[in-house]
Design a protein around this ligand. Structure first.
Ligand code: HEC
Ligand code: HEC
Length: 414
């Protein structure tokens, strides 16, 4: 259209555009460029090809309670659509729990001392560190995990999918008849894998589909095939889709004044992009945010040493993988122990950890732990930043631009 406008007339129109609009579009471009510099890419470029037949078989496995030794939990019990592919709980409830969300708290099920992570972008290009403490890590080119050199696959998401089914309390009932499976030995894991694969071979509705997708006979199926199916499903169903931020940056879309203000704080004075960078809004590094701990904690007695549990380096105490932020508006509660319900509070605690502190209700030991966390936090790029309530609300509004839907709904099945 532009080319048919007389150039002189066009200049005249431009001169009539109010100055504020020109300033607005300048701010738009500043934000676009900053997001690109921080590694944002069109969502399509993060996609990794998958095989449709394998994805379909993987979905059946993902939904089935047959994936847990005592047939109590499916992946879909804790990775639920309604809660943005997490579970809506602070600490996840595993074997013995029933239903969804808060219902799971009623049954006395086993408590996992971590907040369930969602799946957005998992298995996309460059997404190669998994779990809060990075216990599956392919960032160096070779995978490091608890398989310690005998990893079943060179795809970190496939390795990650091997872990929940052998985790006592998560998908292996924490009951006396399973005592021989405690401890993270490869032998104990193999016992579980053999049982699960035999079970799936016997399922006429799943076995033949998985076997056909893998081009083998049902009798030759291995647990690896199941993990590959589940990984293919996660990678496809939760991959990044069209979303308002993508439209703004790559399709010349527009933002509200508050979203724009929030975006400029995100890449600017809020320093959010110092850690929440790249196509998934994570630098895939480990950082200390002095967040309150809820529940028993991975290390017991209300303590979670985070990355230290993987590396055993003292400097890694209280560090956690920077969480990706796609769909973060849907995955309350927040942080590794789910100690914070509101998005605004999660943002505020980054810069003002004392805002969440009630020293009078803490034991002396907890106060000492918290002081230790604060020391690690003090060396992070975010310490010393101040944001007022309006700026925090602007940031939360900006994060709403990161919303999109999964490809297909999931549902727990037998
Ligand atoms: C009892 C609830 C529960 C069940 C059942 C469950 N998960 Fe999870 N999932 C979690 C929790 C909690 C975390 C975070 C654990 C951590 O990082 O320490 C998680 C994290 C993950 C992650 C890492 C995501 C990331 O961002 O790095 C993957 C992958 C995953 N789960 C896959 C599965 C699969 C596959 C199944 C089924 C075989 C499954 N989960 C079953 C609760 C559950
Ligand atoms: C120093 C690195 C760093 C900076 C800077 C940073 N974050 Fe974070 N962010 C983290 C880490 C690490 C966590 C997880 C902490 C935990 O679980 O204990 C986190 C958690 C979050 C969460 C909760 C996500 C979830 O799934 O639980 C949100 C929301 C968030 N950050 C937004 C922001 C915003 C907005 C800013 C800017 C004001 C910001 N972050 C700055 C590292 C950082």
């Amino acid at each position: 259209m532009k080319s048919v406008i007389n150039p002189l007339l066009y200049a005249g129109i431009l001169a009539m555009v109010p100055l504020t609009a020109a300033a607005d579009s300048m701010r738009d471009n500043v934000l676009r460029e900053a997001l690109l510099r921080n590694g944002l890419m069109p969502y399509q470029e993060t996609h990794v090809e998958t095989d449709a037949a394998l994805v379909a078989a993987g979905k059946l496995l993902f939904q089935s309670k047959d994936m847990s030794l005592d047939r109590q939990t499916a992946c879909a019990s804790c990775h639920v659509d309604r809660f943005g592919s997490a579970d809506g709980l602070a600490n996840a409830v595993g074997t013995g729990g029933e239903g969804e969300g808060m219902q799971r708290l009623a049954g006395g099920g086993d408590i996992i001392p971590r907040n369930a992570l969602p799946f957005w972008g998992r298995g996309g290009k460059g997404f190669d560190i998994f779990f809060w403490d990075g216990k599956v890590d392919a960032s160096s080119g070779t995978i490091r995990s608890q398989f310690a050199g005998s990893e079943p696959s060179d795809d970190p998401l496939v390795v990650a999918a091997h872990l929940p089914p052998v985790e006592v309390g998560e998908m292996v009932d924490d009951a006396p008849h399973n005592d021989h499976l405690e401890g993270e030995s490869v032998e104990a894991a193999q016992v579980v894998y053999n049982t699960l694969v035999d079970r799936i071979k016997a399922r006429d509705d799943i076995g033949p589909k998985l076997a056909a997708a893998k081009g083998k006979a049902v009798k030759d199926l291995e647990f690896l095939d199941m993990a590959e199916g589940i990984a293919a499903f996660i990678r496809t169903n939760f991959r990044l889709q069209d979303n308002p931020l993508n439209q703004f940056v790559f399709e010349d879309g527009s933002l509200s004044e508050q979203q724009l203000a929030g975006g400029l704080i995100f890449v600017g004075k809020g320093r959010c992009a110092a850690c929440h960078s790249g196509p998934y809004f994570s630098d895939f590094q480990f950082h200390a945010i002095a967040t309150p701990q809820l529940g028993s904690g991975k290390n017991g007695f209300g303590i979670d040493y985070g990355r230290f549990n993987v590396t055993m380096r003292n400097d890694d105490r209280y560090l956690f993988r920077t969480p990706p932020l796609w769909n973060v508006t849907k995955t309350s509660p927040y942080f590794h122990s789910g100690s914070v319900q509101r998005l605004e509070d999660a943002i505020r605690l980054h810069i003002d950890p004392l805002a969440g502190l009630s020293p009078e209700t803490m034991t002396g030991e907890q106060r000492v732990q918290f002081y230790d966390q604060l020391k690690s936090w003090a060396s992070e790029p975010i310490s010393g930043v101040y944001l007022d309530d309006k700026e925090i609300a602007d940031l939360a509004e900006f994060l709403r631009l990161l919303e999109f839907e999964s490809a297909e709904p999931v549902m727990e099945t037998d």
